[in-house]
Design a protein around this ligand. Structure first.
Ligand code: PCA
Length: 202
């Protein structure tokens, strides 16, 4: 059986719940398609989240990596197309606010996702779940982790598909937050399970 590292994030900024955490915790240890899932939660910290991801890759030696993040305000599942070599944004959970910084001094300007994002979109649409490819993962922690995973793969493990999927708020978060659209946890989780199935088929 192949190994899939599935990461989520802790809560951050005004988002008191991160729906990726529950998905990752519930799928940890499950078998989906040809993958055994290794679920791990990352901190929202520019100084450590990339290192945490790489430590999990080195420890688990996965065949593929999917990282998940909350995009509060988006109303669809959005597999990301590209990560860029930029750190810039609001304060992380440790109060860091990088401005126009590179993630990797020697890295490429950007890396395309190596996940089958078009097939993922097609599958979710077939199942009646709103989804589209996103052309920007932003410049906050999600982009940071996506970039670090793809940079590592390019440098050390070119056969390991890696990439990132942003998800909308769960109803639980939307009730606490008050101003963002939301999905049920069941539909969010099902969408990620379907994406993992598609990865196994491609
Ligand atoms: N979403 C943020 C960081 C953590 C998360 O779940 C982002 O989109 O960058």
């Amino acid at each position: 059986m192949k190994k899939l590292l599935l990461t989520g994030f802790e809560p951050f900024l005004s988002f008191t719940v991160n729906p990726t955490m529950r998905i990752v915790e519930e799928l940890n240890g499950q078998h989906i398609g040809e993958y055994e899932i290794y679920g791990r939660v990352l901190t929202v910290d520019f100084a450590s989240s990339g290192k945490e991801l790489l430590a999990h890759i080195e420890e688990i030696d996965p065949d593929a990596v999917i990282s998940l993040g909350l995009a509060g305000g988006r109303y669809k599942i959005t597999p990301e197309r590209i990560a860029i070599n930029v750190k810039d944004g609001a304060a992380d959970n440790e109060g860091h606010t990088p401005i126009d910084e590179s993630i990797q001094m020697e890295g490429e300007p950007g890396y395309f996702s190596t996940l089958p994002i078009r097939q993922m979109v097609n599958k979710l649409l077939e199942e009646g779940l709103p989804v589209s490819i996103s052309n920007t993962a932003g410049t906050y922690l999600c982009n940071n982790v996506m970039y670090e995973g793809l940079h590592y793969a390019k440098t050390n493990k070119p056969d390991m598909p890696a990439g990132f999927i942003h998800i909308p708020a769960s109803h639980e978060l939307a009730i606490q937050h008050g101003k963002i659209p939301s999905w049920s946890h069941a539909d969010l989780k099902k969408s990620i399970e379907l994406c993992i199935e598609v990865l196994g088929e491609n």
